[in-house]
Ligand binder design. Sequence first.
Ligand code: SAM
Ligand code: SF4
Length: 333
Amino acid sequence: MPVTTNELVDKFGRRIDYIRLSVTDRCDFRCVYCMTEDMTFLPRSQILSLEELYLVAKAFTELGVKRIRLTGGEPMVRTDVMSLIERLGALPGLEELNLTTNGAQLDKFATQLKAAGVNRINISIDSLDAERFKKISRVGKLEKVIAGIEAARSAAFDRIRLNSVIMRGYNEDEVIPLTDFALDKDIDIAFIEEMPLGEASDHNREDTTCSNDWVRNVIAEKYELLNSTAKTAGPSRYVQVAGSKSRIGFISPVTHNFCEDCNRVRVTVEGRLLLCLGNEHSVDLREILRDGAKSFEDLKQAIIASMDIKPERHYFYDKDHEQPVRLMNMTGG
Ligand code: SAM
Ligand code: SF4
């Protein structure tokens, strides 16, 4: 007997109204914390088609999901991704369509993204020094990302946020330059603690991970930080900088656990519905999508049933618990 509901609530009473949908595992960068240098990507047959991605998004919105964030890999490298984004932008019930990108192609796509209904955009940038930027991204060009940030500002998205992963030995001296840069451009910035998702090939994560308490103290030496009550859909905790429009976010999955108010799930580009970033609990939606005997309603029922296996919390760096073997590009950041 199918369950009739238009809400997704897990067994800990958390309401899921936000999904991160990965549209590709591929990327034109190879950031040291996210990928190995010689990545093997998924064959085409294993990844969801644009139509299948659309059906997954539609099923979730019919189950009360109000916000979708597109991610990857790098969403903008997926062939014809704009046609998907345009369809998602028109989904009934969807209040926010957001995108996380490395920014390298935003100079080309920002205006089209805005016209397609993208509300908020996060752009990753870990250094303002061209050589260092290249070392961290292994291949990226800083000037392309800066041009992308400017294009996003001109397109006037509802909000633009920079994402920076601060790592000891790579860029811990850039907390202030990156903050100054965001403030100067009237945009937000979030600092993300490096997470132990798969093994990093160039460093040992336990040596590089910087706590956000440390990052915050560095910023507080220069700026007056006012606690903000702003609550957003994601895991960021924000502070307001006195006298500025910009907010500074801290995403601290390693040192602070905000699992109790987790409102989101992820769908990988293989169609694996991941119930938690730090656990392997998942449901194979691709199998349902490709089974000729199953319907769109079956897809929705599988999503509803998945709520029962959403874990209570993650256990990053807890030796008594298995750590995820997925790299971030497979998880959908
Ligand atoms: N390619 C896009 C980008 O870089 O913004 C979207 C995908 S990327 C996986 C999403 C976010 O995850 C980026 O801000 C990136 O810095 C972050 N990220 C990747 N691997 C991470 C890790 N191991 N720990 C923390 N953040 C990570
Ligand atoms: Fe690509 Fe984003 Fe991962 Fe960097 S963080 S390798 S840009 S997917």
